[in-house]
Design a protein around this ligand. Structure first.
Ligand SMILES: Nc1ncnc2c1ncn2[C@@H]1O[C@H](COP(=O)(O)OP(=O)(O)OP(=O)(O)O)[C@@H](O)[C@H]1O
Ligand SMILES: [Mg+2]
Length: 336
């Protein structure tokens, strides 16, 4: 069996804060195969961005951040290599699309110049060749009149266009792995769809693996084969997309799915939202982290933390009641 492209094992990311050390990502394990799109979902603050930025070791390890565990990329542990080698991997093998496009582009350089720069950093090509390749990449991301746009500055482009430029920059090195952190947040629906189409096209053409972080379960259903659901720094469920949508087993996943707007549902239907809010990292519940908000919680849940367990068919769930919920749902299915 082939080694996965990325295998994250028991990753922990700790931060030093004014109130002491906190563990924002607490023992996460998952993998991404070559050519696979993995979805990562969960409410705001559950650790999606910290996980993705930890893979690239973007936090300040000297003063404020510390990692534990393993991040195996093509079998090599990225947490063990010197930071200058990490720099090389960042631009060549793993690329990232950040949540906020404006922060990752330099306002004083032209769009084309920035994409070309990224190409020149990683390929032995002349400036003219790099600019030609940059224009081709901008065209590939669906930017109209790419030759003209290449000469413009970031402030001359709309949010959707900037997002495409960032995608072009991220793809300039033809990465084996693309990490896309909410690549379509804050974009209008039409542009969202175009950008997602573009990512799936490139995923097929380049056979690159994609870690797709999103709030939007509709996007997961459309794009991904497998999905991990995060809650308060941990994975609470991992499953094939079809299994997750047809048979979510963690009460948190069920809550997330119920909070999805149903297009075909009656207009007046009230959106179900999960009661309560995510506890702070300084105040992590002692037992199951979701227990204070969970309708299924009992004494055990409040006292003892459940582990992530295979409930069958490769569906992993971190819940004391997962087996019971599964049996009840199978029973209900047989009865109807
Ligand atoms: N540099 C840091 N120092 C201390 N705590 C941090 C740091 N970066 C993130 N955190 C904390 O880690 C937790 C996870 O944050 P993260 O940004 O990963 O959430 P997220 O799932 O990406 O949320 P969103 O959906 O809003 O983007 C949060 O509680 C956040 O406050
Ligand atoms: Mg985030």
């Amino acid at each position: 069996m082939n080694e996965p492209l990325l295998k994250v094992k028991e990753l922990k990311t700790h931060f030093q804060t004014e109130r002491g050390w906190v563990t924002a990502v607490d023992g996460i394990s998952f993998h991404i195969d070559e050519g696979e799109i993995l979805g990562v979902v969960g409410e705001s603050g559950c650790g999606k961005s910290v996980t993705s930025q930890s893979i690239l070791r973007l936090f300040d390890e000297k003063y404020t951040a510390q990692y534990d565990g393993q991040i195996l990329f093509n079998g090599e542990d990225l947490l063990q290599i010197p930071l200058n080698e990490m720099q090389h991997i960042r631009g060549n093998d793993i690329s990232m699309i950040f949540q906020d496009p404006s922060s990752s582009l330099n306002p004083v350089y032209t769009i084309g110049g920035q994409v070309a720069e990224s190409i020149m950093l990683h390929n032995n090509v002349s400036k003219a060749e790099a600019i030609e390749k940059a224009v081709a990449l901008l065209a590939m991301t669906g930017i109209p009149s790419p030759e003209k746009r290449a000469n413009e500055y970031p402030h001359q482009l709309s949010g959707g266009m900037l997002q495409r430029v960032m995608i072009a920059t991220a793809l300039a090195c033809e990465p084996q792995l693309l990490i896309a952190d909410e690549p379509t947040t804050a974009l209008d629906v039409t542009i969202q769809a175009q950008i997602l189409d573009l990512i799936s096209d490139l995923n097929e053409k380049l056979n690159m693996g994609v870690m797709l972080i999103t709030h939007d379960l509709g996007v997961v259903a459309q794009m991904c084969t497998r999905v991990v659901v995060m809650y308060l720094g941990q994975i609470v469920e991992e499953a094939e997309v079809n299994a997750l949508f047809s048979n979510p087993l963690h009460p948190y996943t069920k809550g997330l799915l119920q909070s999805m707007p149903h297009l075909e549902g009656p207009r007046s239907e009230k959106l179900h939202v999960i009661e309560g809010s995510v506890p702070s990292l300084n105040n992590v519940p002692q037992g199951c982290r979701f227990a204070p908000r969970c309708l299924f919680a009992d004494e055990t849940c409040l006292k003892k933390a459940p582990v992530l367990e295979d409930i069958g068919g490769g569906q992993l769930v971190r819940c004391w009641h997962a087996q019971k919920i599964k049996e009840e749902e199978e029973g209900a299915y047989v009865a109807t």
